[in-house]
Design a protein around this ligand. Structure first.
Ligand code: B12
Length: 215
């Protein structure tokens, strides 16, 4: 089992889509835990490459290829995760998730969305580079209770703050719980901008969403 995770990680590091697909298929065929394959395999690969990029040992095209390879694996494994959450009954709640304006990173957001779906939430993913208005428009349309906004750049964190200000300006702040996340964010930042929750990982996002909905 550890082998397949290491292989997935290496295939992401190498930006080898075909190999990632081959190993992801093995995860499916051998009924290996897809969340573990994502967390211990795919994510480890992109994290290691990210560190190399920062150190000047890898370049943007390498990261782009690795991100594409990772997404191939994620696309194959996500349906398994969603299935595991198919409760057949009422959804626990509705969540709008998106990446804020100016930010196109979507791997972390997609994983958070997949785990929330698995946990029984109805997740509406509005995609990347989304202005505050789109978060609110979708939330109003479907009657969501939670708005989750991700930012991976220090420069786009301001857009998370803007979402909260926008909700206030529209007099709907109390209608929604706002959860934020992504690399440069922190609990201190969430407190500063008045977000209801900050999640460091996808697992934590699920736990906090349960709390937000219950509370
Ligand atoms: C892959 C990647 C890319 C890919 C993105 C592909 C894609 N489809 O997502 C590409 C190559 C396109 C890219 C582009 C850029 N990137 Co980039 N990228 C990365 C990298 C290597 C990995 C990010 C990732 O996917 N990690 C794996 C996921 C699973 O982890 P995660 O995102 O942290 O998510 C977890 C948590 O944060 C949390 N979470 C995430 N999102 C959300 C959302 C919510 C709502 C919640 C609750 C939780 C949550 O849960 C997740 C799972 O546990 C990081 C380095 C790093 N170590 O983070 C740099 C990094 C984020 N990128 C960086 C930069 C600078 C850029 C560019 C500006 C580069 C350039 N010069 O063009 C552009 C920006 C484009 C833009 N406008 O957004 C910097 C940001 C620096 C900063 N602090 O501002 C980083 C940190 C690299 C670095 N060390 O310099 N990038």
């Amino acid at each position: 089992m550890a082998d397949i995770f290491a292989n997935l990680k290496q295939a992401v590091l190498d930006g080898d889509e075909e190999l990632v697909a081959e190993y992801a298929q093995r995860v499916i065929d051998e009924k290996i835990d897809p969340v573990a394959a994502i967390e211990k395999g795919l994510i480890k690969g992109i994290e290691e490459l990210g560190a190399k990029w920062k150190a000047g040992e890898a370049f943007l095209p390498d990261v782009m290829m690795a991100a594409d390879a990772l997404k191939t694996g994620l696309d194959m494994l996500e349906p398994l995760i969603a299935e595991s959450g198919a409760t057949g009954g009422e959804a626990k709640g509705k969540v709008i998730i998106g990446q804020v304006a100016g930010d196109i990173h979507d791997i972390g957001k997609n994983i958070v969305g997949a785990l929330l779906t698995a946990a029984g939430y109805k997740v509406y993913d509005i995609g990347i580079d989304q202005p505050a208005e789109n978060f609110l428009a979708k939330a109003e349309e479907v009657g969501a209770g939670v708005i989750a906004a991700g930012a991976l750049l220090t420069t786009t964190m301001a857009a998370q703050k803007h979402i909260i200000e926008y909700l206030k300006g529209q007099n709907v702040r109390d209608k929604y719980k706002v959860m934020i996340g992504g690399g440069p964010t922190s609990q201190a930042f969430a407190d500063e901008i008045g977000a209801d929750a900050w999640a460091e990982t996808a697992d934590e996002a699920v736990m906090l969403c349960n709390k937000l909905i219950a509370g």
